[in-house]
Design a binder for this molecule. Structure first.
Ligand code: SF4
Length: 487
């Protein structure tokens, strides 16, 4: 028998972050917050907690429920905490890359939790290493800590702002010190981050589903380009970064976020249902039944069913208790990777003309296997309907995507893809309808569907210019803008 990585041809979620300030049950609420955000990363989980003098850290590989127990939570004493669940989009899957990353530098202890991906991290890292920096992880997030530590700015807030002016790409950040919490979101606002209140204390989370679990009330989103300072029940904010056009990740509404979350000011459920309705209008099918691919296709499947008048049936059942790897018997089983996760219900499918609703096609290999198992279960016709346009380019902002060469949408026409996956018909939602479904589509990044990226990717000229001199003591960075207060 051998152990295999289970092939699952989806874009992979990025990371989830959670923070709470000045609450007597900080670590336990952070643990629950991470529990609610588990869908955003299953490789590792960690919490850093402050008792006002010192930071304590516990982290491990695997699910939140496996990493933490009563004993480990008891070691996380203090009233402020940040937590992180990780999927490795940059850096290998290993414990040293788990977050929060905790360092001890001349500024004292600093813990960092990052969701997103820095597009110029490699260049920055090379420059820092040439300047003598020793990195402990292969994660892009550590670059921010090195920049902060090397900054000559007086306060950590100023140093963080200076660092953020050098990095490019996607970041929703929580930075915990023994005394206070700093929060930042990149000027494009790629990844979500919201603010809540529980028992009069501030909470921060990637998605509002984490607020719901701990009975916190949603206050607002952290705005793109906003930097926040929080201590006890005091929150101050400023906008010290250059303003950019918003580029919220549209995939959060198509697939990544939970449908019960409010993301970028709109419930994911509303967007996803509308995706299904618009898809039914654009690509109707003469069929008997709508079958969603669970879980992400379910809400859109309901929308498709409502619009088309076709009944919705759960003809595929998902096994939720599957890890990333699996031991396969020596004698290989056809479509094993997909079968472990999805099983068809024959009596729903046999003799039927099926509309199969899914959120995306990445390489096409999983879609092909799903079509095969539905056909084997007796379906007469299979009409695949996708709630997004073809993916034609990789994501550089924190989503794990294969290379352009591997993306079927970048290399084949819709008809060729239909043939490859073995469907009777195939319909992709148009970009126009996708933008309509999320409301005010101009606010969103759609780069993986258009190949037009909102930032420079790879080589970043501005950083090259700056690296004409040493990173230490870079001039031309203004001091922190006047701090407005929310009080
Ligand atoms: S490229 Fe695609 S996945 Fe990446 S941030 Fe933009 S919309 Fe999201």
């Amino acid at each position: 028998m051998s152990e295999h990585e289970l092939p699952w041809d989806k874009l992979a979620e990025e990371c989830g972050i959670f923070g709470i300030v000045g609450h007597e049950e900080a670590a336990r609420l952070a643990y629950l917050g991470l529990y609610a955000l588990q869908h955003r990363g299953q490789e590792s989980a960690g919490i850093a907690c402050s008792d006002g003098r010192k930071l304590y850290l516990h982290q491990g590989m695997g699910y939140v429920a496996d990493v933490f127990d009563e004993d480990s939570l008891n070691t996380l004493t203090g009233s402020s905490a940040i937590g992180h669940v990780r999927y490795s989009t940059a850096g290998e899957s290993q414990l040293t890359n788990a977050q929060p990353i905790l360092i001890d530098c001349w500024r004292g202890q600093i813990a960092l939790a990052h969701n997103g991906n820095l597009v110029n991290a490699a260049q920055l890292r090379r420059e820092l290493e040439r300047d003598g920096a020793i990195f402990h992880t292969t994660s892009d997030s550590e670059v921010v800590l090195h920049l902060v530590s090397r900054s000559k700015r007086r306060t950590l807030l100023e140093a963080l702002i200076e660092a953020l002016r050098l990095v490019q790409g996607a970041y929703s950040l929580l930075v915990q010190t023994p005394e206070y919490l700093l929060v930042a979101r990149d000027p494009h606002g790629f990844r979500p981050l919201c603010i809540g209140r529980v028992d009069g204390r501030y909470v921060f989370a990637s998605e509002t589903c984490a607020l719901d679990l701990i009975d916190a009330e949603y206050v607002r989103d952290v705005a793109p380009g906003e930097v926040i300072w929080v201590q006890d029940d005091t929150l101050e904010f400023c906008f010290p970064l250059p303003k950019e056009k918003p580029a919220f990740c549209i995939f959060e509404h198509i697939y990544f976020s939970r449908p019960d979350s409010l993301v970028f000011g709109r419930t994911v459920n509303t967007s996803r249902r509308l995706l299904g309705k618009l898809l039914a209008r654009e690509h109707p099918a003469v069929a008997d039944v709508v079958v969603p691919v669970p879980d992400s296709g379910v809400t859109a499947g309901i929308g498709f069913s409502e619009e088309s008048g076709l009944p919705l049936e759960f003809g595929l059942i998902r096994n939720h208790y599957v890890g990333r790897t699996f031991i396969e018997p020596k004698q290989s089983i056809r479509n094993f990777g997909v079968k472990v996760k999805l099983n068809p219900i024959r009596e729903i499918l046999v003799g039927k003309r099926v509309v199969l609703v899914d959120d995306s096609i990445v390489r096409g290999t999983t879609s092909r296997k799903i079509v095969q198992i539905i056909r084997q279960a007796g379906a007469r016709e299979i009409h695949v309907r996708i709630t997004s346009p073809p993916i034609v380019g990789p994501c550089h902002y924190g989503i794990d995507t294969p290379t352009k060469r591997e993306l079927i949408g970048a290399n084949k026409s819709a008809e060729e893809i239909r043939e490859f996956i073995g469907a009777d018909s195939l319909g992709y939602l148009s970009l126009e309808s996708l933008r309509q479904a999320v409301e005010d589509g101009d606010r969103f990044c759609t780069a993986c569907f258009t190949d037009r990226y909102p930032t420079e990717v790879g080589a970043v000229q501005r950083q090259k210019e700056l690296f004409g001199r040493s990173l230490v003591g870079i001039s031309g960075v203004e001091p922190v803008a006047a701090v407005e207060t929310s009080r």
